[in-house]
Every structure is written in structure tokens, then in C-alpha cells.
Design a protein around this ligand. Structure first.
Ligand code: TAP
Length: 490
């Protein structure tokens, strides 16, 4: 545990300077669970969190058993009943502002730890994950004393559910934590959260932030472990509401597990977004958008533009420019500020990417990668493009969740819409064209929760995010992101 720091003097708009090295992180050899405001040992077998870039062990982490989850839920219930539900929105907001400022103050530490544990490039954790996580706390802090004006169910008196169980994935560990915890606390709920087994460390650092902010014990509880720990949260009778981000497969299991119970749920699941480029698009900008769309965070992004739909007349030129651009991407040490593509998060994820890309080849698509050298240790995959992809290929239908782009072509806007909508998912899409009327028509036709026009992967705390079809239900972010946390909704 870190000693308490002096009161924070930063303005909400200041941002800590760029991280340079792992020296800013005070890594402990082992971490406990965070229950009722304290770190405690879990009853299960401790597991190792490793760096996917080097395979070195970063720390041992406690595994929460059913009994530990029960203790966390009880702590959250007591905190809800005795403290949090009685506190004014303005006072809850003060805690959220305090947390947001501490996240800014400790941004370098969080960014380096996220990069060590996850494998993502430091320039992304530094410029995207951590600033956005802080921004979500600032944004939701602003709502805490204005909920009666937010047009929520309950009107002038929206009511929290009580104890919320939250289970998050490994691709944006801190950002997903912020998307979950900030609106839950702003609306007056208390929380039991489980980070992914491969990326627990920033959630545990966040637990220290809760202590540092003097958040009342039990308002936030962090339980670490793998799937069974998540299952224990889902099944616990003391949980009033669940918020899950992860794969569609596990999302369906959760929906089945809570069917017929009083528990509400928000499910943010997988995606297979189409990034659609018309022949009137500014091609250089579109190529940058395609690269950002699929190679940001190694393609470990639910809304990644993993299918490029390009109009036939410009397909050859776009493919040529795309390959030239991919030749300039730097793959390697995630802590190097010049790295564009970091490590794959785990051996299991690397195996899934290899299996699906092998299927792409055997089903007849043409494979190309940028041929860059890869480090000897760790989990790596070269930026890869498949051309000649048809709609039935597995790489056009299934989420690869890696740095792999499947290219399909189209002739008319109608054909683009039909192909874009032809997957089980409906999370996001991108459109590149100069015609405003076409953007509006396409946005209306596409079955996607988010549609970007002439950009991709833009996130903002004010903007709701979520899916259609097998990408889940409920929204996170913006005013809409408060709705699932009050009674009368999912
Ligand atoms: P999952 O395997 O589904 O894991 C997500 C979380 O659920 C992890 O914490 C996992 O624990 C836990 N879990 C596993 N089995 C469980 C069970 N039976 N009951 C309760 N919890 C269980 O997904 P992932 O591989 O970590 O993440 C990738 C997926 O997340 C992709 O499909 C991606 O599209 C999706 N995702 C969606 C969004 C949005 S906003 N739609 C955002 C990010 C990611 P362990 O990992 O510790 O085993």
C-alpha cells in the first residue's frame, strides 16, 4: 500500500507529463483483494500476472473464492445502506472529482502499469486510456448532483439499484473500469468489480486511489480471479444489477444465468465493424482511419474496424497505399514511445488469432503481412491484411480481436449496407465519403450502435456507446450511460 499523498492541487485540466520508464511504478510482489476498504488475502490460489511483451512475472495476485465474493457483496451492501445511499449527490460528486484528480496526478504510474500488464503501446495508455478514464470520472461527477434533470426513469427522484456487480475484459482495463464504476457511483450504487485475470494490476492500483480519496469503505470492492470469480458475482443473490463487458459467448451465459431473477444487466459484447470507404473519400485520410481502426491497441478493440469495405473502383489503390503505410508501423517494446503496435495480451489470445488467420488462408483469402521483425520473447503478431475475402469466410464473420484486417469490396451504397450488416454483431461502423447526404442515409441503414463519419475510434465521456444484435444491450457513456444504474431500466 502506498503512503497517503499530500492534498491534490492540480486543476482538472492539467495533465501529467509523458511517462518514460517503469521506474514510476511501485510494483509489489503480491496483491490482495480490495474488500471493505482494505487489502486482504483471497482464499483461492494466487495467480501470476505477466508482461505479455517479455513473459516476465510482474506480480502474484490473490484469487477470490465464492466466500471472498460474498464478503465483498456484504461490504458493498453495508456501505450502500449505511453511507452511500444516504449521501447527497453533491457529496458523492466530490468523491468522484477527487478520484478523477488523483488519476490525473498519478497518470504516469497508471499508464506505465497498464502498458506493462496489458502490452499496449505507452503512447496509447498515456494519451488515450488513462486521460479518458479520468475524464469519465470528471464527467460523471458532474451528473451526481443533477440526476433529477437527467430525464432518467424515476424523473425528479431516480433511485439506484443498490449493489452492482461489474465484470470487465483485458483490452482496456482502466478505461473499462472507469466506464463501469464512475456512473454506478454517481447514481448512488456501490460496486463489486472483477478485472480480467490477465490484467488485474491497474484495478488494484485504482483500489489504492479509493483509499487515497478517502472513499468510504465498501463503496468500491475489487475482487481478482478468472471466470469462476466472475460467475460467483453473477450468481450472488445480493447483487441487484450486473454490468458486463466481454465476449458474446460469456454474455449469453450471463443472460441465461440471471433469467427469471430480479437482477438487471447491461451487456457490452463483441463486434465485427465495417469501415466503409467510398470512391469520393479523401484516400490518405481514409488510409489513416483504416490503420487506426484496426491496428490501434493491436486490434483488441470491440469496435475495431476489422472489415474494410472499399468501393471496387478504388480498391487496388487503397490496398496499395494501405500496405505501404503498414510497412512504416513500428511493432515492439510497448514502453517505447515510438511503438505503434504492442504485444498480444496473452498466449491464449495469440493462439485464437493464429487459428482464425490460418482459417482465412485455408478458406482461400490472400494473406499479406508487413514482414517486420518480432521480439524473441513475448506474444506478437504482425499487422496482417487479407484480400479477396468473401462474406462467408470466418475472417469476415468472427471477431479476431487482433491486428488483422479483412478486405471486401462493393459497388453500390446498397451493397455496402447489406454487407456491413451481414454479421451477428452490431456495435460500430465507419463511413468515408465527401457526401453528407450519403453519410446520413448510411448511418440510418447501418445496424450499429455507433457510426463514425470520416473518422474512427473516437471516444468521449459525453457520448453513449453500445450495441445492437449480438453486441449486447444498454449504453455506457453520456446521459444514456446513467440510465442502466437507476431503477426502472435494464
Ligand atoms: P471474456 O472472455 O468474455 O471475459 C470478460 C470477463 O468475463 C473477464 O473478466 C473474464 O474473466 C470474465 N468471465 C469469463 N467467464 C465468465 C463467466 N462464466 N461468468 C462471469 N464472468 C466470466 O472476454 P475477453 O476475452 O476478456 O474480452 C474480449 C471480448 O470483450 C471481445 O469479444 C470484445 O469485443 C469484448 N469487448 C466488448 C466491449 C464493448 S464496450 N462492447 C469492450 C471491450 C471488449 P477472465 O478473463 O479473468 O477469465
Amino acid at each position: 500500500m502506498l503512503p497517503r499523498k499530500a492534498p491534490i492541487q492540480m486543476s482538472p485540466f492539467e495533465y501529467a507529463p509523458a511517462p518514460e520508464s517503469r521506474a514510476v511504478v511501485d510494483l509489489q510482489s503480491s496483491y490482495g483483494l480490495f474488500i471493505n476498504g482494505e487489502f486482504v488475502d483471497g482464499g483461492g490460489n494466487a495467480f501470476k500476472s505477466i508482461s505479455p511483451a517479455t513473459e516476465e512475472v510482474l506480480a502474484e495476485v490473490s484469487e477470490a473464492t465464492d466466500a471472498d465474493v460474498d464478503a465483498a457483496v456484504k461490504a458493498a451492501r453495508t456501505a450502500y445502506t449505511r453511507v452511500w445511499s444516504k449521501m447527497s449527490g453533491a457529496d458523492r460528486g466530490k468523491y468522484l472529482y477527487r478520484i478523477a484528480r488523483i488519476l490525473q496526478e498519478r497518470a504516469r504510474e497508471f499508464a506505465v502499469l497498464e502498458t506493462l500488464d496489458n502490452g499496449k503501446p505507452i503512447k496509447e495508455s498515456r494519451d488515450v486510456d488513462i486521460p479518458l478514464a479520468a475524464a469519465h470520472f470528471f464527467y460523471n461527477a458532474g451528473w451526481a448532483d443533477k440526476l433529477e434533470f437527467a430525464s432518467l426513469p424515476g424523473g425528479a427522484n431516480p433511485q439506484p439499484h443498490g449493489v452492482v456487480g461489474q465484470v470487465i475484459p483485458w483490452n482496456f482495463p482502466m478505461l473499462m473500469l472507469a466506464w463501469k464504476i464512475a456512473p454506478a457511483l454517481a447514481t448512488g450504487n456501490t460496486v463489486v468489480l472483477k478485472p480480467a485475470e490477465t490484467t488485474p494490476l491497474t484495478a488494484l492500483l485504482f483500489a489504492e486511489v479509493c483509499q487515497q480519496a478517502d472513499l468510504p469503505p465498501g463503496v468500491v470492492n475489487i475482487v481478482t480471479g478468472a471466470g469462476p470469480t466472475g460467475q460467483a458475482i453473477v450468481d450472488h443473490p445480493g447483487i441487484d444489477k450486473l454490468a458486463f463487458t466481454g465476449s458474446t459467448g460469456v454474455g449469453k451465459m450471463i443472460a441465461r444465468a440471471i433469467a427469471g431473477t430480479r437482477k438487471k444487466a447491461t451487456l457490452e459484447l463483441g463486434g465485427k465493424a465495417a469501415n466503409i470507404v467510398f470512391d469520393d473519400a479523401p484516400i490518405d485520410q481514409a488510409v489513416e482511419g483504416i490503420v487506426n481502426g484496426i491496428f490501434f491497441n493491436q486490434g483488441h478493440v470491440c469496435c475495431a474496424g476489422s472489415r474494410l469495405l472499399v468501393q471496387e473502383s478504388i480498391a487496388e489503390e487503397v490496398e496499395r497505399r494501405l500496405k505501404r503505410r503498414l510497412g512504416t508501423l513500428r511493432v515492439g517494446d510497448p514502453l517505447d514511445k515510438n511503438t505503434d503496435v504492442g504485444a498480444i495480451n496473452s498466449k491464449a489470445q495469440l493462439d485464437r488469432i493464429i487459428a482464425l488467420t490460418d482459417a482465412g488462408e485455408s478458406e482461400g483469402a490472400e494473406r499479406w503481412d508487413n514482414g517486420c521483425a518480432l521480439p524473441d520473447k513475448g506474444f506478437w503478431f504482425r499487422p496482417t491484411v487479407f484480400t479477396g475475402v468473401t462474406q462467408t469466410h470466418r475472417i469476415a464473420q468472427e471477431e479476431i480481436f487482433g491486428p488483422v484486417l479483412s478486405v471486401l469490396t462493393f459497388r453500390t451504397p446498397q451493397e455496402a449496407v447489406a454487407k456491413a450488416n451481414n454479421t451477428p454483431y452490431g456495435l460500430s461502423a465507419g463511413i468515408w465519403t465527401e457526401k453528407g447526404s450519403r453519410i446520413l442515409w448510411m448511418a440510418d441503414q447501418l445496424k450499429a450502435g455507433v457510426v463514425w463519419a470520416n473518422t474512427f475510434n473516437q471516444f468521449d465521456p459525453t457520448s453513449p456507446f453500445g450495441g445492437y444484435k449480438e453486441s449486447g444491450y444498454g449504453r455506457e457513456g453520456g446521459r444514456h450511460g446513467l440510465e442502466p444504474y437507476v431503477k426502472g431500466t435494464h
